[in-house]
Ligand binder design. Structure first.
Ligand code: AMP
Ligand code: ZN
Length: 116
């Protein structure tokens, strides 16, 4: 897959519109187009990584940035006291529909565990 074929690469490059709520050198966060909770934000690396299965040693700083951005956004969205979830789906059984690594930041309602 090339960047031009990947919708999340295109959002990261600002070629495709999205409701972006955070951007840094390597990470972009935007509101999910089909929210499953009052707060539902996707955090992605700007560079194309297909899924968490493709994380390598060199991605350590990127992941630290991404998780710190999630915590910052949880506070900015007002869910830091009630709680929030950060989850990534890998492959078909998990329901991964976009083959560009993304973490769902969910909050603003009580969530069950384990997911269905
Ligand atoms: P997953 O099922 O884990 O691959 O999650 C993909 C998520 O991306 C879903 O929650 C979709 O609603 C969301 N999504 C897909 N395309 C877009 C888009 N262009 N802008 C915002 N969210 C999107
Ligand atoms: Zn991509």
């Amino acid at each position: 897959m090339t960047a031009s074929d990947c919708s999340f690469c295109r959002i990261g490059a600002r070629e495709l519109a999205a409701d972006i709520v955070h951007a840094s050198d390597h990470v972009v966060a935007f509101r999910d187009i089909n929210p499953q909770a009052p707060v539902h934000i996707l955090l992605i690396p700007k560079d194309h990584i297909e899924s968490a299965a493709d994380i390598a040693d060199e991605h350590g700083d990127l992941l630290a940035d991404l998780i710190q951005a999630a915590a910052h956004l949880a506070r900015a969205e007002g869910v830091h006291q009630t709680g929030w979830r950060l989850v990534t789906n890998v492959g078909s059984d998990a329901g991964q529909s976009v083959r560009h690594l993304h973490f769902h930041l969910l909050g603003g309602r009580a969530m069950g565990w384990p997911p269905g």
